[in-house]
Design a protein around this ligand. Structure first.
Ligand code: SAM
Length: 282
């Protein structure tokens, strides 16, 4: 598209945002996403574009809106394309290998892990990998996610596969209330804290540590040039309004201990960076 065309398109989008109130655009975004006759990429693009200015007003609420309604970047999360070790993203293959190594080094045999919680589990495909490969002895495998479509279709897929995994829909900002007194040997939270502002992400790290018996395993966006561990505050990735956090600092501030970590800066594996922190509670 020519630069004049791009300018016109941008002016058109901002006119729509100025003329139509956000509450109406949110309803239209949900409606657009349901229109099967539209090409899926167009549906996903329009539903995110209609509410893009929401991110500037309340970034946590913006991300929650997209995930909760399976819009924009949430749309590709479908059972047919996510379950199975062969479909795991390369950065997660590295994450699970690192997690296994870390558990074994600490004599925490993955085979003896009894209970696992995944915070922001989507369809439950990572929990399924944990159930079949990493911790086959685990009797409790729970997942919580705000994306109702992913939770329902993931649970259906898991039921048909004879899995013990239990998924529920909920906002992880209410994790403490959702979990009550429950404690898990291992808690996983990968690619999720980036959708929360620094103080909220730090609060969630504290909550997850307080509900983990043995280990909390985190994966998030790596800062491209500085080790996340030295960041004094979280950085913003402008293109999608997500956050680059310092998990190491969040863990220690919450009284936890960093057992192992990995940061690879700007190196990308199919578009994903590597920043993992494996932590023990107090
Ligand atoms: C990028 S996906 C990552 C999914 C999976 N953990 C992985 O690593 O492949 C982020 C997930 O976090 C969930 N999520 C984001 N904000 C949430 C919130 N406030 N409460 C519950 N789930 C949330 C989304 O619905 C989505 O399934």
């Amino acid at each position: 598209m020519s630069s004049a065309g791009l300018l016109l398109k941008r002016a058109g989008k901002s006119a729509i945002r100025n003329l139509i109130p956000l509450s109406t655009r949110k309803r239209v975004a949900i409606w657009v996403n349901r229109q099967q006759w539209l090409n899926p990429d167009r549906r996903s693009w329009w539903s995110a574009e209609l509410v893009r200015d929401f991110a500037e007003k309340d970034v946590n609420a913006y991300h929650k809106f997209l995930w909760a309604h399976h819009l924009g970047y949430a749309a590709p999360y479908e059972a047919a394309t996510r379950f199975g070790a062969e479909k795991m993203r390369p950065s997660r293959t590295i994450f699970f290998a690192e997690l296994r190594r870390c558990m074994e080094a600490l004599n925490l045999s993955p085979g003896q892990t009894q209970s696992v919680l995944e915070v922001g589990c989507s369809l439950g495909y990572q929990l399924r990998y944990v159930e079949t490969d990493l911790c086959p002895g685990a009797g409790v495998l729970d997942g919580i996610d705000i994306d109702r479509h992913a939770v329902q279709s993931g649970q259906e897929h898991l039921r048909a596969a004879g899995s013990r995994i239990s998924l529920r829909c909920g906002d992880i900002q209410q994790l403490d209330e959702l979990l009550g007194g429950r404690v898990y040997d291992l808690i996983l939270c990968t690619g999720v804290l980036m959708y929360l502002k620094e103080a909220d992400a730090a609060g969630l790290v504290r909550t997850m540590l307080s509900h983990s018996r043995v280990m909390l395993a985190l994966a998030g966006l790596a800062h491209p040039t500085r080790d996340n561990a030295v960041l004094e505050g979280s950085d913003v990735r402008d293109r999608d309004h997500t956050f680059i956090h310092n998990f190491d600092g969040m863990v220690t501030n919450a009284g936890g201990t960093v057992l192992a970590r990995r940061w690879e800066g700007d190196r990308q594996y199919e578009g994903q960076t590597v920043y993992f922190v494996f932590a023990a509670p107090r």
